[in-house]
Design a protein around this ligand. Sequence first.
Ligand SMILES: *Cc1c(COP(=O)(O)O)cnc(C)c1O
Length: 476
Amino acid sequence: MSDGLQDLLCNLPSVDRLLALLGPGLAGAPRALLIRGAREAVEAARRRTLETRDPRHTEETAVLEEAKRRVREALRPNLRRVVNGTGVVVHTNLGRSPLAPSVLAFIEETASGYSNLEFDLKKGGRGIRYSVVEPLVKELTGAEAALVVNNNAGAVFLCLKALAEGREVVVSRGELVEIGGAFRVPDVMAQSGALLREIGTTNRTHPRDYEAAIGENTAMLLKVHTSNFAVVGFTSSVSMAEVAGIAKRRGILAMEDLGSGNLVDFSAYGFAPEPTVQDAVASGADVVCFSGDKMLGGPQAGIIVGKNEVLDRVKHHPLNRALRIDKLTLAALEATLRLYRDPRAALEAVPVLAMLTAPETRIRRRAQKLAARLHSLGIPGLEVRVVRVTSRVGGGALPRQDLPSAACSLTLSGKSAARLEEALRGGDPPVIGRIENGGLLLDARTLTEKDIPLALRAVRAACQHLAASGTGPLAV
Ligand SMILES: *Cc1c(COP(=O)(O)O)cnc(C)c1O
């Protein structure tokens, strides 16, 4: 190493010196994190100095800033609140359903102390965890019995295992769905030990196909909601009521995996008609299962409803214990379901329902409000326009349902939409948008009132960051 370079490296501040400087600004940070941040910052500065021989990398203020940045990053939680500007309401990557304030309050009330999770307050002895929500689910769906587990994938698996292991399950070829995250009906079936008996064709399945497939070893007829795709054109499928009728006559079970189960009929809000959970139960299915955090708008859960003696078999299967629902989830589910007792109020109180049914005029007003506020910040080079867009239900539900919406389209002069998108995604809180026609869209359907000040701050910080970046040699 040349003497010049050696001298340069000697200018680097020591870890001790950085620790003394870091302390005051980051009071309360665990000492181990301060030491790690300081060490890593010195090491990074040494590497850059060796690479570039630029003396500016050794400056104390630069190394200190880098150490602070690293400590702050280590202090920040990994799971973070983000602002969803994608317009996808049930966004699986963004945590699906936001929960209502009353639901959060109920979680706090029941989970900050002990609860009667598995304690029967009348008898004074051991109780059953899911009995907390069973009466409510029965009341809302009209089912004889109910059970809740970890998620709907688990619910399907548990039902197949408990009701059809080693026996045949008849499914239409048009319903052999793959849901995101490697949930494929044939694979789940194989894992459960049930034997898949495919019938019909991709586009057409008839009642006689079900009839012809039933044999000695048939346990059930299963219908799976084609949640995330649509077959159009020359198609026909058999209704749940017909399938349940066939199953009943032949002395076997009928089950429906509804995917995103709805307790409210969205057709009054311009949605294509979809059977509700109540419809599926009324059609005579022995077992119906659906997700808690898709269009229901609650926590992640798998809800199973159906006939008493059938659900008894599911409840007593050992796998039920492995898939059990946790107390925070159960609290959230009970509080969410309570909101459904008044369906009109639920449309306002359950965030997912409110976003799905929000009138376009209201969304447009929110987009205009955000645009006006952004204008008033006077950010150099930022242009904001309110544009018409289409939002999506998401969660693999109703893929063809266009929801007319309004968004702010942001462009920053001299920077691409991709750079703006990246900067906002890296912000605090991260703001997630989507790029369309060269602009970064923030769809107001999925922005709450509380998100607006957060989005304003994030956009200002992102624009400042972009304006500053690429100008100095120290930019990372
Ligand atoms: C989403 C979905 C599932 C999986 O539900 P999770 O709650 O995500 O586990 C299963 N079946 C269908 C038809 C679905 O749409």
